[in-house]
Design a protein around this ligand. Sequence first.
Ligand SMILES: NC(=O)c1ccc[n+]([C@@H]2O[C@H](COP(=O)([O-])OP(=O)(O)OC[C@H]3O[C@@H](n4cnc5c(N)ncnc54)[C@H](O)[C@@H]3O)[C@@H](O)[C@H]2O)c1
Length: 330
Amino acid sequence: MEKIVVTGSCGFIGYNFIKSNSSNFKIIGIDSLNNAYDKKLKDLRLLSLNDEPNFTFKHLDLSNEIALDKESEIFENVSTVLHLGARAGVRQSFLDPKSYILDNTAATANLALNVKKYKIKKFIIASTSSIYGDTGVNYAEENKDELENPPSIYAATKSFGEVLARNILEDTNTTIQIPRFFTVYGPFGRPDMSILRFIHWISTNQEVIIYGDGEQKRSFTFISDIISGLNKLFSHDDSGIFNFGSNETWSLNQVINLIEKKLNKKAIIVNRERAMKDVDIVLPSLKLSKSLLNWEPTTRIEDGIDATVEWYKNYKDELKEIKFKYEYEK
Ligand SMILES: NC(=O)c1ccc[n+]([C@@H]2O[C@H](COP(=O)([O-])OP(=O)(O)OC[C@H]3O[C@@H](n4cnc5c(N)ncnc54)[C@H](O)[C@@H]3O)[C@@H](O)[C@H]2O)c1
């Protein structure tokens, strides 16, 4: 069985990838279990991952070069490193830039050095729609102009991570693939992202905080579509950058309406000042993902929200303990 490393294994996307691929690979998961959002949710994911027979977990901070060196035998005979470990989120990045530099830039460089040392065939580095500028629509992978001035600290650290990895691996045979995800949601999602927070706040009769008037539109992408995109990369041999996002946009207000209908409850909405650098609309170009990977999102948002609400209901007791607000939001 092929051996792969998945970083950020206890995060939202890492967890879902491993759950759907644990019979295909021998997987070593790495995660620092940091406190970027409530760690209890990461512990819950890890508990569930430990049921998988082909999964081994390493509690490691990839920005700590010395700790990583001590464990470097992890990378022996590994065919692919799927790097999902990161500190995500635009707003938080302005409050805690140093952590973003360590977790997104230093960690990615340390990992790339091991990919080089162990001659690993493929390095997949998760990236984000946030690194595109504020043109809003038709974000295309090859449009370099938009990438010259990353619009946030999160974007800058993710973008610099990509650049460092490419440079470190320049004279090697490693295939580098960079999937750029667009606003992912679904079961075991992040409590700092809109859809899960809206579901939680409406379910528990709490105020639903919206930054701005709620008319900003996003390419909400269901987790199973992201996993199918990652699976396509495993069977694609060439390096490249690929957008993985929904081909239609929904406003926050529309999403809240869908959740209200599903829960049969009205949201108590509180509008706060719009966040810095928040763009009106985000929509990817899927030209390369379609033509080179034959990938397209297939989940209708109504179905994605239904599945997320059903998951939320099943995990209601565990989720009662999870914090859905940052300190500064109180
Ligand atoms: N969820 C989205 O909508 C979205 C959108 C665009 C891009 N992405 C990217 O996808 C990837 C996964 O995102 P996610 O939503 O699963 O986020 P997540 O925060 O749920 O998962 C990331 C995991 O990485 C771990 N981590 C962070 N720094 C680490 C370090 N130094 N060493 C080891 N582990 C570390 C965290 O503890 C966390 O469990 C990230 O690279 C993120 O930038 C996510």
